[in-house]
Design a protein around this ligand. Structure first.
Ligand SMILES: Cc1ncc(COP(=O)(O)O)c(C=O)c1O
Length: 423
């Protein structure tokens, strides 16, 4: 069947198609494929934030804390817990992903002080590696960071990671779905084998939560961190979350002893006494506006169900790869993501020596064509993020045809090869 016809059939049969109406998506001339960087705005969020500002902040003022705000980060933690296979008292919204990784990695290195090895991989998000490098400097005890190599720049074979783990390893931390290639680890196998060496693991779920089913408890994972501005649609720079398995919570210490990590912050005691639960990993007063902005996006995912979200995600990414093989592979592109869906998240990277300039033509079409927003990741990746709640098969088809047209007509030759700041 003709690929566009197929796309239309798949869209007609898509049980999640109606969710697009729950998002602000008014521009018919825009195809948005960057939900893996910044998710779309749920319509309900506009209402929630307006209400929080005008009614709660405007009229209730400081009373808002006791009336509702104090419980928002717990409530949201409990909802996110349902998306990642955790208990409600194991997840909390707090700080940013990088800060949370710092706190949890510090706690593990302190707990496992006699072990001086940290293991990660070279496809990890650089911020995560910078945090580890900073911790090794802070501890100043000769910690060594070992990175598993990727031969193809796309996947990390499990053994290349796990062969680095041994009796000297304190901490393994990797990203469940890699930011560039979308490669996805098997969480259960990796966690089990890391535990076999007495090491502990922190999963970065930033590109996984809301995109693929995650089962932290089922995998017996120790800890996790993740952001809320991608598939959770929480808004630019929205507050992140962390997970600490219940039985570990009292054994670990948060290195940033802010008052919200104290057992009773409003007693204002001069000496710190850590909270005995997940609250010990908080630091400061919660950013209420950001926390509340996350709820509508999370509610939509819970309503749709991660099983249905994953089913559509696999279909969308597979459909994209089929279009890729037909139209883009013959004109100099290579696939930058795994072909096996068991090892693929919800974005697909396609690689081309002119990837940057092609992505610029997609975003700023000189010929008045449809605007398509993917993102570019150096050196040669165009990342196409497929958010099952609002992307359609037809959008994927139009994007792939457009990329072929840009290459056939060499439209990218009109663009300067100088990347801007945020890509
Ligand atoms: C996998 C991953 N980890 C960490 C981060 C950093 O998150 P934050 O800016 O909240 O520290 C990002 C940001 O996109 C990311 O994709």
């Amino acid at each position: 069947m003709d690929m566009m016809k197929l796309a239309r059939v798949l869209d007609r049969e898509d049980p999640l198609a109606g969710y697009r109406n729950e998002f602000v998506a008014e521009d018919p001339n825009l195809i948005y494929l960057d939900g893996n960087s910044l998710g779309r705005l749920p319509k309900k969020t506009v209402e929630v934030i307006n209400h929080t500002i005008t009614e709660e902040w405007g009229n209730r003022l400081i009373r808002g804390w006791n009336e509702e705000w104090m419980g928002v980060t717990d409530r949201m933690g409990a909802k996110i817990a349902q998306l990642i296979g955790a208990r409600p008292d194991e997840v909390i919204l707090t700080d940013t992903t990088s800060v949370n990784l710092f706190k949890l990695a510090y706690a593990i290195l302190k707990l496992q002080e006699s072990r001086r090895q940290i293991v990660s991989d070279e496809l990890n998000f650089p911020s995560d590696l910078y945090i580890l490098q900073g911790l090794a400097d802070i501890f100043n005890q000769g910690h060594i960071i070992k990175l598993a190599r990727s031969e193809d720049g796309i996947t990390i074979p499990e053994n290349s990671l796990l062969n680095l783990v041994n009796a000297h390893t304190a901490l393994v931390t990797v990203t469940h779905v890699c930011f560039k290639s979308s490669f996805m680890y098997n969480m259960e196998t990796v966690t089990r084998r890391v535990h076999g060496h007495g090491a502990m693991i922190i999963w970065d779920l930033s590109h996984a939560t809301g995109a693929v089913p995650v089962d932290l408890n089922g995998s017996h994972a120790d800890m996790a961190v993740g952001c809320t501005y991608k598939y959770l649609n929480g808004g630019p720079g929205s507050i992140a979350y962390l997970y600490v398995r219940k039985d570990l919570q009292k054994q670990l210490f948060n290195p940033i002893r802010g008052w919200f990590a104290d057992a009773n912050p409003f007693e204002f005691q001069l000496d710190f006494r850590p909270a005995n639960d997940i609250h010990r990993f908080q630091v400061s007063s919660p950013p209420v506006l950001s926390a509340k902005a996350i709820e509508p996006g999370v509610d939509l995912l819970l309503h749709a169900g991660m099983g249905a979200v994953r089913k559509k995600s696999v279909r969308l990414t597979q459909y994209l790869i089929d279009c890729f093989d037909k139209w883009l592979k013959p004109v100099g592109f290579s696939l930058g993501s795994p072909r096996n869906p068991d090892y693929r998240g919800s974005h697909v990277s396609i690689r081309h020596s002119e990837a940057f300039r092609i992505s610029q033509v997609l975003i700023h079409p000189p010929d008045g064509e449809v605007i398509i927003i993917p993102d570019f990741r150096a050196p040669d990746n165009i990342r196409l993020g497929l958010a099952p709640l609002y992307n359609s098969f037809e959008e994927v088809c139009r994007t792939m045809l457009r990329i072929r047209e840009i290459v056939d007509k060499k439209l990218y030759e009109q663009v300067s090869p100088d990347p801007g700041k945020v890509t």
